[in-house]
Design a protein around this ligand. Structure first.
Ligand SMILES: Cc1cc2nc3c(=O)[nH]c(=O)nc-3n(C[C@H](O)[C@H](O)[C@H](O)COP(=O)(O)OP(=O)(O)OC[C@H]3O[C@@H](n4cnc5c(N)ncnc54)[C@H](O)[C@@H]3O)c2cc1C
Length: 388
């Protein structure tokens, strides 16, 4: 059994490791010529960490993960603490600490675990084809690779998805722009082992620790899509948007490196339930593109990888039955996460200002119970975090 995996992002690499773990030959093709992840970091929640542990990466993941002992919400303008609580109850409930990890570190960990030299870089897939006994991918250089199965882990703008669905789909702009990057951890912004979030006016500014004494930071700015943006001007843009916000926010704006600060217009995709066409299957953002509001897009891709392995483990040699089982195992769970994120997105970004004000009021009396219940609800339900 041989599988071609298109895309060496966190979904594709997790899938390659997962399939190889059960003895399937894998070939990974990636369009970029070197490992240059887009974005600064992600929070790998406990379900994602459990998937990485399952793939044999427990120690490496723990070494790269930031330690988040507590969470706090601060009034964006005054800087007053609305609530602060320990994350330990969450860790106790789900049995695994979450880890924010710099993207470059996560990506390199996955690639090294697989073997950097075994990844075919600079190979842009331009077409995919299913056939009775095999499936194939054609690349921009004119070459073709053939295998028993092709896994399209080619991200949010997936070509494989177009093939599987028979038509292109349009992503939905979620209403805000996310600026993100890495800075040295600084108590003036937030405590070193805390996930600190400043909220106000339907916007938020957040920092959380990653390894190496750094903070992953992000700013959410409510704005129409397609605004002109000159790369390198993040500081001026953010100063303008967050004028009058708390000193910690101003320190973060002063500290960030505008040249390495990413700007992303956030979009998602309505869930769809066809992930498979013959011997071709979708995985990760290609199959379920979510807003990052509950930090589950990448975790969900890792869950796909484990589910894909289990499907082939349970139906060895039978590609069609295995892919059907994979699709069955994942479609509802992934859709649930996309819709949960969309709901959270609307509350955080004041789609209805009254509801957002109500959330701010709730945060002022929060002891952690409700927030943790919500996060546990996101974490539970995947292959390695079954709901009992
Ligand atoms: C601002 C932001 C914050 C986020 N925060 C979190 C978070 O905290 N937690 C979380 O779990 N998730 C988070 N996510 C989501 C997460 O980044 C994605 O869900 C994850 O990267 C999906 O992985 P993937 O491998 O499916 O896709 P990608 O990471 O997009 O990888 C796809 C790969 O395929 C390659 N590729 C594309 N087309 C082709 C082609 N034609 N031929 C060959 N190769 C191709 C690309 O170059 C790329 O390397 C966030 C996303 C954003 C935008």
């Amino acid at each position: 059994m041989k599988a071609i995996i298109i895309g060496a992002g966190m979904g594709g690499m997790s899938a390659a490791l997962a399939l190889r773990q059960i003895g399937i030959d894998t070939e990974v093709y990636e369009r970029v010529t070197e490992n240059k992840p887009v974005g600064a970091a992600i929070s790998v929640w406990s379900n994602g960490v459990k998937c990485l542990n399952y793939l044999g990466l427990e120690q490496q993941t723990a070494a790269l993960g930031g330690i988040v002992d507590s969470m706090s919400y601060l009034d964006g303008h005054s800087g007053d603490t609305m609530c602060r609580f320990s994350l330990q109850p969450l860790i106790d409930q789900v049995g695994q600490r979450p880890y924010p990890i710099a993207r470059a570190d996560l990506q390199m960990m996955l690639m090294q675990a697989y073997g950097l030299e075994d990844i075919h870089f600079g190979m842009k897939m331009v077409a995919v084809q299913d056939g009775p006994g095999s499936a194939s991918a054609t690349f921009a250089d004119g070459t073709t690779a053939t295998a028993d199965v092709v896994i399209g882990a080619d991200g949010a703008s997936s070509i494989t998805r177009e093939y599987v669905l028979g038509a292109p789909v349009t992503r939905r702009y979620a209403g805000y722009v996310n600026f993100n990057g890495l800075v040295d951890a600084d108590d003036a912004i937030g405590p070193a082992t805390e996930w600190t979030t400043y909220v106000g006016d339907g916007q938020r500014v957040s920092v959380m620790p990653v390894a190496g004494g750094r903070f992953y930071f992000f700013f959410d700015v409510v704005a129409p899509p397609g605004l002109p943006y000159e790369p390198g001007t993040a500081r001026e843009v953010l100063r303008e948007h967050f004028r009058g916000w708390a000193p910690g926010v101003q320190t973060l704006i002063d500290t960030l490196d505008p040249m390495t600060t990413n700007r992303v217009e956030i979009a998602d995709l309505d869930p769809f339930s066809t992930w498979v066409k013959g011997r071709v299957a979708l995985l990760g953002d290609a199959a379920h593109n979510t807003t990052p509001d509950i930090g589950q897009g990448g975790c969900s891709a890792m869950e796909d990888a484990v589910a894909l392995q289990w499907a082939f483990r349970d139906h060895p040699g039978d590609v069609h039955t295995a892919l059907a089982a994979y699709q069955r195992a994942r479609v509802d769970r992934a859709a649930d996460l996309v819709l949960r994120a969309r709901k959270r997105c609307d509350v955080t970004h004041a789609k209805d200002p009254q509801i957002t004000q109500q959330w701010y009021d709730e945060l002022r009396v929060e002891d952690g119970t409700n927030v943790i219940r919500g996060i546990v609800g996101n974490i539970m339900g995947g292959p390695v975090t079954p709901v009992r």
